[in-house]
Each structure stands twice: as structure tokens, then as C-alpha cells.
Design a protein around this ligand. Structure first.
Ligand code: FMN
Length: 124
């Protein structure tokens, strides 16, 4: 998307995060639905981000990209879900960004854990 292109085009790499919706167990040829493919892939992306940070790189996930164009250009076969694009790179000079983007270069607040996790069912 144009907004993301304005900064992401400077990244060292753009990585498309996708998952295969079926799997074949070892030694089996029959494919079965991989009901947990989103869980696995979210976990993989999270660890990619952590490892990148440990290794001195930075990552930024984006949903704002053209899914159809990405499928077409990368010749993605049927049976894969596209989740997000991740820009990986080194921190650049903030001054190279326009004013609006410069204003976003600040730590973002975090919600308290009590807003993200709960005990019991939804009626509580
Ligand atoms: C579902 C989702 C989609 C996002 N899409 C974009 C995007 O298209 N472009 C972008 O610059 N940031 C996008 N973001 C925001 C960044 O990935 C990131 O969350 C934000 O920069 C704040 O990061 P921080 O809280 O680690 O500082 C998206 C975030 C989420 C959760």
C-alpha cells in the first residue's frame, strides 16, 4: 500500500508470512487440514521478531499490502493463507522520514495484562 511503501521500501528485506492450511504427517501422503496453522505461524513470526532483535535487526509487521498482487508475483499455490508482510532492516536516520512518520517514532503504550487475559468463561 502507498503508505507502507513510503517507508518499507528502504528495508533490507520484505518477508511475506504465510501458512499452508493442510499437512501430511510423516510417512503419510494424505493431506489433512492443519487446524492450527495460524497458531504455528503467529508463533513463528513472533520468534522471528525476537531473534531479529537479538541479532541487531528490527522488524515491522504490516497487513497493508496487496494480497492478490503478492500471490500473483510470488506464484503462491492454492492452499496457502497470506498473513502479513514483515519489513526487516537496521534503524535508519529519523530525519529521512516525513513529519507524520517522525511523530510515530516513539515508544507505543502497552495495555495492562488485565485487558488481555482473563480467567474463567466470557460470562465473568
Ligand atoms: C493486524 C495489524 C496490522 C498492521 N498493519 C500495519 C501496516 O500495514 N503498516 C504499518 O506501518 N503498521 C502496521 N501495524 C502496526 C505495526 O505492526 C506495529 O504494531 C506498530 O508499529 C507498533 O509496534 P510497537 O508496539 O512494537 O512499537 C499493524 C499491526 C497489526 C496488529
Amino acid at each position: 500500500m502507498p503508505f507502507n511503501r513510503s517507508w518499507a521500501q528502504q528495508a533490507s528485506a520484505l518477508v511475506l508470512i504465510m501458512s499452508r492450511t493442510t499437512f501430511a504427517a510423516p510417512g503419510v501422503t494424505e493431506e489433512k487440514p492443519a487446524l492450527w496453522h495460524t497458531f504455528d505461524t503467529g508463533s513463528a513470526w513472533g520468534h522471528l521478531a525476537l531473534q531479529a532483535s537479538i541479532s541487531g535487526w528490527h522488524t515491522h509487521g504490516m497487513a497493508g499490502f496487496d494480497q492478490d498482487l503478492a500471490r500473483q508475483e510470488l506464484k503462491v499455490p492454492e492452499g496457502y493463507v497470506l498473513h502479513a508482510m514483515v519489513a526487516i532492516g537496521k534503524l535508519g536516520d529519523k530525519a529521512s522520514l516525513d513529519e507524520a512518520l517522525q511523530a510515530r517514532e516513539a515508544p507505543t503504550p502497552r495495555k495492562p495484562l488485565s485487558e488481555l487475559a482473563a480467567e474463567g468463561d466470557f460470562s465473568l
